[in-house]
Structure formats: C-alpha cells, structure tokens
Design a binder for this molecule. Structure first.
Ligand code: SF4
Length: 294
C-alpha cells in the first residue's frame, strides 16, 4: 500500500526531511524493525524526473489524468511491506525465465542479456510508449513467436483469476474482466513493431505456494486501438516537457466521491481533488503538492 501522503507518520516525516533520517528515530524497543523499514522506504522521492512518454506497464491505466500525473513525475512512496512484496515478485519473475531457456524455447532475453525494449512513436521520432518485456519464445516445431509476461500474485488475487481456457481469445475476454491492465500491457508488447506477433501468454505464479495459471493469449486489434487512442489523448498533455499540463478529470471519474471505483484507489487522489477539474500547469501542481506534503 502507498503511504498516505497526508498522514503524519514518522516515515512520512522522514521522507520529507533532508537531514539524516536515522537521527529522527525515537528510542523504542522496536528500534531495529523501524530502522529496517525506514532504510527500505527512504529513497523514494515525492517527485521523479518528468517524462514525455509513458511506460508500457502503464498502458492499462484507467484514467488519462493519472497518466499525466505519472509522466510529470508525481510519486507516492510505498510502505516497506509493499516494497518487500515487489522485491519477492521480481525474484519470482526472474526465476521463471531460465526454465524457458532450459526447455530450448527462449529467444529473448538470452542468459546474461537485458530485457528487450519496445517503443511506440506518437509522431515522427517522438516516443509515446516505452517498455521492456519479460520473454519471447518460439513454439516448439514451428516459427511461431510467443510473447510472455510473468506475474507474481497474492492469495486474494490468485483466487480471482478465471479458469484458463483452451481458446486464447476467450482468455483475453475473461482476463479483461478481472485484470485488464495485464492484458493491455501484454497486447502492447506483443503487437509492437519490435516483437510483431499475435500469440503469447500470461503466466501467474502464486507468491505463497508457487501454484501457476498459464493463459494463452492472442492480440485483439480493437483492444490495441482503444489503448493507443487513450494513450495518444493523454500524451497531448505531456509530450512537450516545457508545456506539460495535468489532463482534465475524465467525465466518468469523480475524485471526491469515495464510491468511485477508480478514484478511491488512486494514489494521486489527495492532490487531484485539490486541482481544477479542467487541468493545471506543472508549476501549479508542484505548488499545491508542496502545501499538502511539505
Ligand atoms: S483521483 Fe481519479 S480522476 Fe484523479 S487522477 Fe486519480 S483516477 Fe484520475
């Protein structure tokens, strides 16, 4: 879980402080756990460098305004527990790739090589979308390329996964209901110019007991087109770094409404609701955030 940006927690104060964080720790029998947590949490900035493109991992983001928050570098630090979970997740994902190599299926990445990059261009040489996929394999006995993404998943989310189906398009439709982000992300990797395949899979591994669900997938061109339309819409607000603006609140969204199914989970909600619905400049956004988070 992201650290509540407006809560007066010790960690929030430490993240905002410029001094040596350890000095601010009170004497406590819990001192060691607090130091370990704080050490993991302290290198997370409130603002990262601005970017003029989006990450493929964000291509399933449901809100265009949130995409512009992210491109402008807005960040809400995570609690140590979440960061530890991400760490375990990365290890699970890394551990699966050599199995594909040992099975004689792996094309990319070969052992010791970095993940391959994919790029979509918005206009000319201007980058719209950049990312690195997990693995590309060749189906045994054919020239068919399969793009694979590996996801680690907790118990609650594993239980929500649909039953894997024989038909790839059925898997796409079933997963779109529960995990649209992952399907959109997979689609953008597979259909990129650099990969250019229509086949592949999502492999989910349970974090606790290593059970796996594997879904064969196929590129849905309509889904790809709708993702690209949304990305291009948000991109217009951030493509020029000097003129970056927060996008307007989409018609479907209500940041102030605790029942809004997207806004209630949004880490930028505390700031979004304070900004004009029609959008705002980068400087105005930073100034308001400075008032709220210090
Ligand atoms: S709070 Fe809602 S409208 Fe605002 S950025 Fe988040 S998801 Fe979008």
């Amino acid at each position: 879980m992201a650290i509540n940006p407006l809560k007066e927690t010790l960690v929030a104060k430490l993240l905002a402080s410029k001094g040596t964080p350890m000095r601010a720790l009170p004497e406590s029998s819990d001192w060691l756990r607090m130091i370990l947590d704080e050490t993991i949490e302290r290198d997370q900035p409130f603002w990262r460098e601005q970017s003029t493109f989006f990450r493929v991992s964000a291509s399933g983001e449901a809100c265009e305004r949130k995409m512009t928050f992210d491109a402008m570098g807005h960040n809400v630090p995570f609690e140590a527990r979440m960061l530890r979970l991400f760490r375990v997740g990365n290890k699970i994902e890394e551990a699966n790739v050599p199995v594909f190599f040992d099975a004689g299926l792996l094309i990319h990445p070969q052992p010791g090589e970095p993940q391959e990059e994919v790029v979509y261009y918005g206009e000319g040489e201007e980058r719209l979308l950049v990312g690195h996929y997990d693995l590309l394999i060749k189906r045994r006995g054919t020239d068919e390329l399969w793009l694979g993404e590996v996801k680690s998943i907790n118990t609650n989310n594993f239980k929500k996964l649909p039953v894997p189906h024989e038909m790839p398009l059925q898997n796409v439709n079933n997963l779109l209901r529960t995990y649209p982000r992952y399907v959109m992300q997979w689609t953008m990797y597979a259909a990129s110019e650099q990969v250019n395949t229509t086949h592949g899979f999502l492999l989910f591994e349970h974090k606790n007991d290593s059970a796996q669900h594997l879904y064969s997938l196929v590129v849905d061109e309509e889904l790809k087109a709708s993702v690209l339309r949304r990305l291009m819409g948000a991109w217009e607000y951030v493509r020029d770094i000097k003129e970056q603006r927060l996008a307007p609140v989409p018609n479907m969204r209500s940041p102030e409404d605790p029942r809004d199914p997207v806004c209630k989970w949004c880490s930028a909600n505390y700031l979004c609701r304070k900004m004009p619905r029609e959008g705002a400049s980068y400087d105005d956004l930073r100034a308001e955030d400075a008032k709220l988070r210090g």
